[in-house]
Design a protein around this ligand. Structure first.
Ligand code: APR
Ligand code: PHB
Length: 392
């Protein structure tokens, strides 16, 4: 098989890149290791910056997002039994965010690709990227029980945090920066209307909790738990009790309970791979960087990477200039490190350290109070949360 751009992975990064390239008339093929059902049912985050919504609209993939996405005008911070509204439009000159689950974006893009192209192969795991330094890199992969080869002009690894594309970077070429946090998130989906209109980020007595939502009848909630936590140690009653305690405020508010339909534990970590390009191999999305979910930046970073790539390929094939592609890594990493910093700060401000002393907790409260008392401090949070401009 031969194509112009070989894409490994059908998460949001790979699917959106394929859609953008297809619309620009650039050939590509997507190889996905898992089944369609698997990728369409993986539970992930769902907070979209305006730039992410715009990108999906521009490529004709936002019909359901526009009908079903929930526009949010801010978030709520809770601490010390108080609630504080952070008003995004007021603080940012009109910006909002949209709640629409990543799984739904994946379903929308898969349906479009299967109907209109480019080729998207499921159950086609890539084994290795070879000759990235040459003019015709290739991807070895398995499909229908046979090992095959995809020869390409370029390869893009959109294969997430456990992918294989990164392995084709020689050890001396790159560097990976990592930070493991001493806690994980226990996430649940519940068939119950959200108990709030906005996302609630809480620094409660036992640590962090987040109230998010998927629709007017489905809630998504998270709890900080110790690393290594087994979800079976958290029966439903215990989850609701702990959430109730962490969200508790003085005043009238109640956490509605309902049947829990999914429960899982995810470690919280930061990772950045530098550079994001080696020869004719590019990395995009989780394959290149992971951020803690506290800032809701993972999906948005993946989308901004592939927007830069799609413009770079369009420039190359339209004008012959590889200038934008040559700046890909540098352009993306500026934004990636800003998101890494923001996610780190949010995480450290809202989570209990395992060996926390009273001094540290007081500092967290002082940081939270600064944000709720000072307009510039709140504006800084709002600017980062709603998304920094795409530097092109
Ligand atoms: N061959 C083919 N496909 C692979 C391989 C492989 N060797 N390894 C991994 N994949 C596939 C995975 O099965 C998955 O479908 O690559 C895809 C990667 O998708 P995601 O993990 O969703 O990563 P990405 O597209 O970068 O999405 C960005 O935003 O909210 C965050 O972390 C969250 O996944 C999310 C991310
Ligand atoms: C989610 O809706 O799953 C979600 C929202 C915001 C976050 C993390 C997760 O910061």
């Amino acid at each position: 098989m031969r194509t112009t751009v070989g894409i490994i992975g059908a998460g949001p990064a790979g699917l959106l890149l394929a859609r953008l390239l297809h619309r620009k008339g650039i050939d590509c093929v997507v190889l996905e290791g898992r089944t369609r059902a698997y990728v369409e049912h993986r539970q992930r985050a769902g907070m979209l910056e305006q730039g992410t919504v715009d990108a999906l609209r521009e490529c004709g993939a936002a019909e359901r997002l526009d009908a079903e996405g929930l526009i949010h005008h801010g978030i709520e911070l809770r601490f010390d039994r108080e609630r504080h509204h952070i008003d995004f439009p007021v603080l940012t000159g009109g910006r909002t965010v949209t709640i629409y689950a990543q799984t739904e974006i994946v379903k929308d893009l898969v349906a479009l690709l299967l109907a209109e192209g480019p080729p998207l192969l499921f159950e086609a795991p890539a084994l290795a990227v070879e000759k990235p330094e040459s003019d015709s890199p290739l991807v070895r992969f398995v499909h229908e029980g046979r090992e095959q080869t995809l020869s390409c002009d370029y390869v893009v690894g959109c294969d997430g945090s456990h992918g294989i594309a990164r392995d084709a970077f020689p050890a001396e070429v790159g560097r990976t920066y990592t930070h493991d946090y001493p806690y994980s998130w226990l996430g649940i989906l519940a068939d119950v209307p959200p108990s709030c209109d906005e996302l609630v980020y809480a620094r409660g007595p036992g640590g962090f909790a987040l109230h998010s939502m998927r629709s007017s009848s489905v809630s998504r909630l998270y709890l900080q738990v110790p690393n290594g936590t087994d979800p079976r140690d958290w029966p439903d009653e215990r989850v609701w009790d702990e959430l109730g305690a962490r969200f508790a405020i003085d005043g009238d508010w109640r956490l509605e309970r309902g049947p829990i339909t999914a429960k899982s534990v995810t470690p919280v970590r930061s990772r950045v791979q530098e550079p994001m390009r080696h020869g004719r191999l590019f990395l995009a999305g989780d394959a290149a960087h992971i951020v803690p979910p506290t800032g809701a930046k993972g999906l948005n970073l993946a989308v901004s990477d592939v927007r830069v790539l799609a413009r770079g390929f369009a420039e190359l094939y339209r004008t012959g200039s590889g200038q934008l592609l040559d700046r890909y890594s540098q352009l993306c990493l500026g934004r990636v490190w800003q998101a890494t910093r923001f996610s780190y700060d949010m995480t450290r401000m809202l989570h209990a350290q395992p060996d926390e002393d009273a001094f540290e907790y007081r500092l967290q409260l002082a940081r939270l109070r600064r944000i709720t008392a000072s307009r510039p401090a709140a504006a800084e949070l709002a600017a980062n949360y709603t998304g920094l401009p795409l530097a092109l």
